[in-house]
Structures are given as C-alpha cells and as structure tokens.
Design a protein around this ligand. Structure first.
Ligand SMILES: [Zn+2]
Length: 121
C-alpha cells in the first residue's frame, strides 16, 4: 500500500485511504494558506483591472476620444489585462476593462469608448 503524508506538515498518515491531513489543525492551516494565496492573486489582478479602468476613464471624460499608446503607458496602463473583448461585424476588436474600452488603431493610436456604444452596436 502506498504511503501517504499530511499535506500540511508531511507526517505519515495512518488513517483511511482518503485521509489528507494528520489533524484538524493541519487541515485548517492548509486551507487558510491556500485561500490566502488565491485571494492575493485575485486582489492583484483586480487592482490592475481597476487601475486600467480608471486610466481609460480619466483619458476619456466625454465617452469617446483618441489617444496614443505612449500616453496610456505613461499612465501605467497594462495591456495584458482586460475583462472582455467585443468584435464588431466589421471585424474591429474592442478590449474592455469593465465599462471602459479601447480599440487599437494603426500607428500605436487607440480609440477609447464607453460600454454603452457597443451595446448600441
Ligand atoms: Zn499534519
């Protein structure tokens, strides 16, 4: 029979085949750590998305404008993170951070939009 060890402290287990922890203390410690890591990943991504959204909103107070990539980068925009993508019938792909979106154009320019516009089509 295969030897099993506590996932938290590594102690050899003697209980049922589905036993994963030597004690409730180890079970709780293990799950707390796991959730703490998950939460910190989620918090990190959320903070990037929120920052992206705030940058787009700040640069686009009137609902539609054009900016350079340089300007977005200078504000600290992170192009790797967005909440959703919308592709129009004509093949333009908008990237959204919540309600604020952008459409990449040629020559490192971007059109900034608010979500309302893509709902309207
Ligand atoms: Zn243990």
């Amino acid at each position: 029979m295969e030897k099993r060890y506590c996932l938290e402290c590594g102690e050899l287990l003697h209980g049922r085949a589905d036993q994963k922890f030597c004690s409730d203390v180890c079970r709780t410690a293990y799950h707390n750590k796991l959730h703490a890591e998950e939460n910190s990943v989620i918090r990190h991504v959320n903070s990037i998305l929120r920052k992206n959204r705030n940058i787009l909103e700040k640069l686009n107070p009137n609902g539609k404008t054009k900016v350079t990539k340089e300007k977005l980068i200078r504000e600290g925009f992170n192009f790797s993170y967005f909440t959703n993508i919308y592709t129009t019938k004509t093949g333009s792909t908008y990237y959204y951070c919540y309600d604020q979106g952008y459409l990449p154009l040629e020559e490192d320019k971007y059109i900034l939009v608010r979500k309302k516009e893509y709902i309207d089509g």
